[in-house]
Write a protein that binds this ligand. Sequence first.
Ligand code: MLT
Length: 274
Amino acid sequence: MDARPVTSERRARVGDREIRYHDAGDGRPMLLIHGFPFSADQWLPQVSAPPAGIRVIAPDLRGFRGASDAGREPDPGLEGATMASHAADVLALLDHLGLDRAIVGGLSMGGYVALALAMLAPGRLDGLVLADTRATADDEAGRAARDAMIALVSEKGAAAVADAMMPKLLGATSRRERPALESVVRGLVLANSIPAIVSAIRAMKSREDASPWLPQVACPTLIVCGAEDEITPPRDSEAMASLIPSARLVLLPRAGHLSNLEDPGAFTDALRRA
Ligand code: MLT
């Protein structure tokens, strides 16, 4: 995540909006979906050094923006967005790219979207990657916390969301050994608009419990989780692994919630075997 120009960046008009995405590497297509409230740029470590034999495609979800996209017209259709509508957007990008099937993965909120996609269109999956995420829906306390976050961002903007989330986004090892990562993460958050953040919080709050459906996942599934993840801790990954017949669980000891940024080498190495 340095200052070199990002040559993997692409734009395509797909349906009712222009999608910005990264596309790098050669081989089996793997589409990676970012978490909340970030953008495709969350995947720059994997995009700049894709796993051997894998083509990494990483789109912005509807509403979300990387820094290079600042100032553009907001995406339409943010009102009423759901995990399923984000999954439909991802499928439309695969169609646009002429890809009938791909390995689909996501981190945290991206994992919720990947699970929604797997439920919508299991035949499009060559594999599933669930990173630092969970299958269960929000409980009552979780939904109340979403309402508080909507109030916070509406009143004080994206910076307040970054401040509120930061203590739990990075694991103890990163906070101690890679303090500069905090400003990278903050930059990802600040590129986003209040309407995009609010729309995503509403979509996460209303998502369904995917757990009952996990035993039907038939494709190879890699579950990755930072051992120091305080937002979706390893027990959430272990619960998914116990329900998905083909699951393989990899815990990354030196990473927290943003495991692909905190220990990119180990994360990318895990992807190589997805
Ligand atoms: C994320 O990292 O995408 C979010 O923290 C997920 C969530 O809030 O449920």
